[in-house]
Write a protein that binds this ligand. Structure first.
Ligand code: NDP
Length: 294
């Protein structure tokens, strides 16, 4: 069984470079997906309070029988719980749902552009959880370079991770450069471009990076699937990818990306698919009511 390469966060904590995402995995699907992934060798699971499946993630972990110390579990604070006190309460709920004493990574799910004090308060709460040893690392999600710098003006701890939309149609070159300057690890959500398929009306909607000749030709060359080529592209870039699947054969396929590599020229060929257009919400304007009922 392969083991996942590790990425070192700015506080020394090591995070697997590939994990299982569970956004849109129903509670019924989540337990077997997590159990299957852990059996296949995955050691990182990415959930969020907003996904409403933290309990099932915890159940999948327990059924795997693995030692807690082998696993890296991430969850995220939703916007409705921003603010110092609310964030601490929400963290307690999340770890209780997961059935864990300590979390590996806690992320602020969105930047909350219009609620600066609550956003900073939520991050301060995460810093306190880190200081108290309740979480091993903290970070953010969907933050722009400007938002990261604004947060850092008020924060004591540089986020370990910024989890952002990143796939061949939206390669986030400038953001990755900002992360390198600031010492933040990039984590790719929708790494195989899921959002362009399940949100057909978004920019790039209805297209699939998995069908691009630049990807399918490399898949044929290496005897791999398009998803494996795209996931390998993330690994070559040194970022962490968290593909979601609830199908056992795809969960296994998505993890089998450590036995081949892409040349710099092949990485650049996939980079060239970039459209510069994100499909997810704009971090500059996102706010709680952008998401409807949550
Ligand atoms: P992905 O790029 O992981 O794509 C997932 C989609 O692709 C699903 O429809 C899945 O279907 C399908 N799929 C999975 N594997 C394959 C394969 N090998 N070949 C073909 N199709 C495949 O998109 P997500 O948006 O789900 O992103 C992954 C994770 O990132 C999420 O689960 C979540 O943890 C995180 N995320 C975070 C966000 C944030 O704001 N922080 C936003 C969005 C996602 P099936 O399950 O049927 O296999």
């Amino acid at each position: 069984m392969s083991t996942t390469p590790l990425l070192k966060l700015n506080n020394g904590v090591e995070m697997p470079a590939l994990g299982l995402g569970v956004y849109q995995s129903t509670p019924e699907e989540t337990v077997p997906a997590v159990e299957t992934a852990l059996r296949d060798g995955y050691r990182l699971i990415d959930t969020a309070a907003a996904y409403r499946n933290e309990k099932e993630v915890g159940e999948g972990i327990r059924r795997s029988g693995l030692d807690r110390g082998e696993l890296f579990v991430t969850t995220k604070l939703w916007l409705s719980d921003y603010g110092y006190d609310s964030a601490q309460r929400a963290f307690d709920t999340s770890v209780a749902n997961l059935g864990l004493d300590q979390l590996d990574l806690y992320l602020l799910h969105q930047p909350a552009a219009l609620d600066t004090e609550e956003w900073v308060g939520a991050y301060k709460a995460a810093e306190k959880l880190l200081a108290d040893g309740r979480v091993r690392a903290i970070g953010v999600s969907n933050h722009t370079p400007g938002q990261l710098r604004a947060l850092l003006d008020r924060a004591d701890v540089v986020p370990g991770v910024n989890q952002v939309e990143l796939h061949p149609y939206f390669i986030q070159r400038e953001l990755r450069e900002a992360h390198d300057e600031l010492g933040i690890i990039t984590q790719s959500w929708s790494p195989i471009g899921g959002i362009t398929r399940y949100w057909p009306h978004a920019p790039n909607g209805g297209r699939s990076a998995l069908e691009e000749p630049a990807v399918t030709e490399l898949a044929a060359k290496y005897g791999k699937t398009p998803a494996q080529v795209v996931l390998r592209w993330h690994i070559e870039h040194g970022v962490c990818a968290i593909p979601k699947s609830v199908r056992p054969h795809r969960i296994e396929e998505n993890f089998d990306v450590f036995g081949f590599s892409l040349t710099p020229g092949e990485v650049a060929t996939i980079d060239a698919l970039d459209t510069g257009l994100r499909s997810g919400p704009d971090p500059e304007t996102v706010r709680l009511d952008s998401f409807g009922r949550r």
